[in-house]
Design a binder for this molecule. Structure first.
Ligand code: PLP
Length: 447
């Protein structure tokens, strides 16, 4: 009764993110009710292993009492403080300082947002301001990578390179350019890591020269492309792209919204390649999804150029909820949990996850298994030799998702037949084994 009325209310009033509105109205919503560890339960009492940590964000896992307590304490003490008028709050200041300490290199200045999209959007504004302050305002062109996802804000959605975020929205803009992805399973240069890196380096150089090095402001990358299908570049790719940017005085922006906070093993994935970006965006695992928050990490030279350029003038970029004290208190507790065991557990569980997923390679539908740490994908094909994608009528995003759901597993089933995995870092061995077992069961039913 309750569920039915909720379905009706949802159908009539709640606009869902990235959904087929009419398709969703016809299907009706599934309502989640409670969660603990890596398990979520819906309002019919059906329990599922959450192999996707919500939306690759609940890194700490569900039901962490100390996070709830940190939020409750802050809500009682000081539920809100603005950062305007020179004001601030203790958790926000401590969090900024801690993040600067943990970040690679000289990313010492932290600007807080509400999530990833506005973090990316903020970098665009900061970079434009930086170039005005530097006396190079003509550097106003931005490059990103095909299959990349950088949120769905008005400007950031044009750096995103997935057509569903473009069609009908009038993006990308003419100042936004793309180079091909490193996608090793389907790369025209083959799967040899050296060839892939060389091709990407050549593509970035060519794009910079086509647009003009004096015009290109920045290049955006994800250390692992998430929403494009968990595309993992070869080791050394990030470093090679960083070097090209340096050569051409192009800012290097690493988008760690998914990969940050232990998702791939270290706190930030760019540490794997020993790369220090000029700017870095994060969100999701920063607060493990308990409350919204994102953060832009800004290097000394970018921050100082903006600050010196502005002098006494206001830098007119800000949100009411930037550096929200409750989000900051939650993030500080998440960081404590990561450092006191969750990162280690995630690395251990990540190994088991990758081994388990690789054991599925013998399945007739599995074309590719890829990933790093607790971020992985299985790409399904109907013909392994030809790498033929599932036909549209297979409708993986709906049908495989539904089957997995019935089998007690939440995964991301992309429309092109890629299955995405990003379980909470708190997963036990049994959780990981359950994810693998239920995936195999789902694949067997898909044959
Ligand atoms: N950047 C990347 C790499 C992402 O994966 C996402 C979201 O998945 C975003 C930006 C946007 O973040 P949000 O959904 O919090 O706005």
């Amino acid at each position: 009764m309750l569920a039915n009325s909720l379905i009706e209310l949802d159908r009539a009033h709640l606009v869902h993110p990235v959904a087929s509105y009419r398709g969703h109205e016809a299907m009706g919503v599934r309502v989640l009710k409670s969660a603990k560890g890596a398990t979520v339960t819906d309002d019919t009492g059906h329990s599922l292993l959450d192999g996707f940590a919500g939306l690759w964000c609940v890194n700490a896992g569900y039901g962490q009492d100390s996070i709830v307590e940190a939020a409750a304490k802050q809500l009682r003490e000081l539920p809100y403080a603005t950062g305007y008028f020179g004001l601030g709050s203790e958790p926000a200041i401590r969090l900024a300082a801690r993040l600067a300490e943990l970040a690679p290199g000289d990313l010492n200045h932290i600007y807080f947002t509400l999530g990833g999209s506005d973090a990316v959007d903020s970098t665009i504004r900061f970079i434009r301001y930086y170039n005005h302050a530097k006396g190079t305002p003509q550097k106003d062109q931005f490059i990103s990578v095909e299959y990349g996802y950088h949120g769905s804000s008005t400007a950031g959605s044009g750096l995103t390179a997935l057509s569903v975020f473009h069609a009908g929205f009038g993006v990308p803009y003419d100042w936004q350019h793309k180079i091909p992805s490193h996608y090793s399973y389907r790369n025209p240069v083959g799967s040899d890591p050296r060839a892939i890196i060389e091709a990407s380096v050549a593509a970035l150089r060519a794009k910079i020269s086509e647009v003009g090095a004096d015009r290109v402001a920045a290049f955006y990358v994800e250390p692992i492309q998430g929403s494009g299908g968990v595309l993992v570049p070869p080791a050394g790719w990030l470093k090679a792209m960083r070097a090209v940017c340096k050569e051409h005085d192009v800012l290097f922006v690493v988008d760690e919204v998914i990969t940050g906070f232990g998702r791939t093993g270290p706190l930030f994935a760019c540490e794997d390649d020993a790369v220090v970006p000029d700017l870095m965006t994060t969100a999701k695992g920063l607060t493990s999804g308990y409350v919204p928050m994102g953060a832009v990490f800004i290097s000394d030279h970018v921050y100082d150029t903006i600050a010196d350029g502005a002098g006494e003038a206001l830098v007119g970029h800000g949100y009411t909820y930037s550096a929200h004290p409750v989000s900051a208190a939650v993030a500080l507790e998440c960081l404590r949990l990561y450092e006191e065991g969750l990162l280690d557990n995630g690395r251990k569980a990540g190994k088991r996850l990758m081994e388990g997923l690789r054991s599925l390679a013998d399945h007739p539908l599995v074309g590719d298994v890829r990933g790093r740490g607790m971020l992985a994908a299985v790409e399904l094909v109907t013909d392994k030799e030809r790498k033929t994608r599932l036909p549209p009528e297979a409708d993986p995003a709906r049908r495989i998702f539904d089957r997995a759901w019935q089998n007690g597993l939440v995964i991301r089933a992309f429309a092109n037949g890629v299955l995405g995995y990003a379980p909470p870092l708190c997963c036990t061995d049994e959780d990981i084994d359950g994810i693998i077992e239920r995936t195999r069961m789902t694949l067997d039913q898909t044959l």
